[in-house]
Design a protein around this ligand. Structure first.
Ligand code: IMP
Ligand code: MG
Length: 427
């Protein structure tokens, strides 16, 4: 098989979009398989920054077929906005396919996402308020509406009415006056569905056939392993699984069709939203990294929390996903620091533990063991080879590899494609 999974190994925002776009030039297909427009992938094309939320990061190549698979939840209005943005920038020849089985995110999902966050008050998750959780909830509750259902007028009207009744009752029970209106939403859907109709296909079959014909298929993860509903830092997670093991189910291909798993690893750690973050930096160093790394959410604009590189998380990501290689991103952001820390172990009562503790009481007892490395001053954003790196930057990368226990195939020193240095051929 000629498949490659691109997986976020931390809490998202590792630079998956940049790397996917870079590797997509050799791909036949780029497939988004989970999440929705909670994701934010920043990509530089022709010196312009694009923020993709739903569209796969291969969309800028004419020859690549971009797929939104069944595991994705699709905000129709958000999708059409992104398509319009592409067209406005003269990208008109893209290829896009949308799974008929993907579920739709409706405006009422966003409303409920916001409401639940408000109700949780200080315990809120810090979601992107894109309606992702409520849309997946409806899917699991078997009241969701799939892309294909949009094209069956009678069924769509019936299902939408049922859903709106449930949502309006929920809103009423929280004394929210503003009700959802069936007619206006239904009319808007009748218009927007025409735009997406040409893209709707049985994508599972198309990708299965493509892999059997030895086509190159790249699976683009959104978010990161630690935001996985099952294996992340629950409940501060997203509502899908960004892991490699979720690809077969979320695309509709056999589980032995994934052979390379590239973990994307930011050279430090960030997190948006609430939840455990054991290597978080709270002094002015975090602000310096935030500004240099432009660490503000692509979807929400929120300032990201900043922390030291955590090798224990990479070992965890390797175990959960079967990472075969990693790509280290944003190394350039770390120029100009006296010293840099790398977390190498978590310990409770002096004993090394594996993974992140699940209970608050254990988290409070967890100590982080750090390796302290000397920093480097030089700007590295223009280097082209590993050999050109300052000695301390080389040592930093070697430590990531040693303590992360996985080979570095590539590292990057800036947002542009040409600022990517390949060490091992990825596919
Ligand atoms: P939701 O996915 O909007 O429900 O948000 C749940 C959690 O996942 C929140 O902490 C979000 O900040 C986080 N999250 C969701 N999508 C992304 C992403 O693409 N990058 C980083 N964090 C994300
Ligand atoms: Mg992002």
């Amino acid at each position: 098989m000629n498949s490659l999974a691109i997986i976020g190994t931390q809490w998202g925002d590792e630079g998956k979009g940049k790397i996917t776009n870079y590797l997509a030039k050799d791909a036949d297909f780029v497939v988004r398989y989970q999440g929705g427009n909670n994701a934010g992938h920043s990509i530089f094309v022709n010196n312009k920054k694009f923020s993709l939320h739903l569209l796969p990061s291969g969309i800028f190549y004419k020859n690549v077929v971009n797929v939104l698979a069944n595991g994705v939840v699709i905000d129709l209005f958000g999708l059409v906005d992104e398509l319009n943005e592409l067209k406005a920038n003269n990208f008109k020849d893209f290829k896009l396919l949308i799974s008929e089985r993907a579920h739709v995110v409706f405006p009422y999902h966003k409303k409920i996402d916001g409401l639940f966050e408000e109700l949780k008050a200080k315990d809120k998750i810090g979601t992107t308020k894109q309606g992702i959780g409520p849309a997946y909830t409806d899917k699991s509750s078997r009241i969701g509406i799939r892309i294909i259902d949009l094209f069956d007028d009678k069924y769509l009207a019936k299902r939408l009415k049922e859903n709106i009744l449930i949502k309006n009752n929920l809103l009423k029970s929280f004394k929210i006056e503003d009700q959802i209106d069936f007619d206006s939403l239904y009319q808007k859907i009748l218009v927007i569905r025409k735009i997406i109709k040409p893209f709707v296909k049985d994508t599972a079959k198309i990708i299965y056939d493509a892999l059997n014909q030895d086509k190159k298929v790249l699976f683009e993860g959104a978010q990161g392993v630690l935001l996985c509903l099952d294996h992340g830092t629950y409940p501060f997670v997203t509502s899908s699984s960004p892991t490699a093991s979720s690809i077969p189910l979320n695309v509709g291909i056999p589980c032995n069709y994934i052979n390379e798993v590239l973990g994307i690893v930011k050279a430090y750690t960030t997190r948006v939203g609430r939840g455990v973050f054991l290597t978080e930096i709270t002094d002015q160093i975090s602000e310096k990294i935030r500004i240099k790394g432009k660490e503000f959410g692509t979807t929400t604009g929120r300032a990201r929390r900043i922390g030291w590189f955590d090798a224990t998380l990479i070992r965890y990501a390797k175990r959960i996903n079967g990472l075969t290689k990693i790509s280290v991103t944003l190394l350039d952001v770390l120029s100009g620091f006296e010293e840099l820390k790398i977390a190498i172990n978590y310990k409770i009562n002096g004993k090394i533990i594996d993974g992140i503790p699940l209970l608050e009481e254990d988290l409070l007892k967890t100590e982080v063991e750090y390796l302290i490395l000397k920093g480097w001053k030089e700007d590295i954003s223009k280097i082209k080879t590993f050999a050109e790196l300052p000695e301390n930057a080389k040592k930093y990368l070697r430590a990531i590899e040693k303590y992360g226990e996985v080979k570095i195939a590539q590292f990057s020193v800036g947002p542009k494609a040409e600022q990517t240095i390949d060490l091992i051929k990825i596919w």
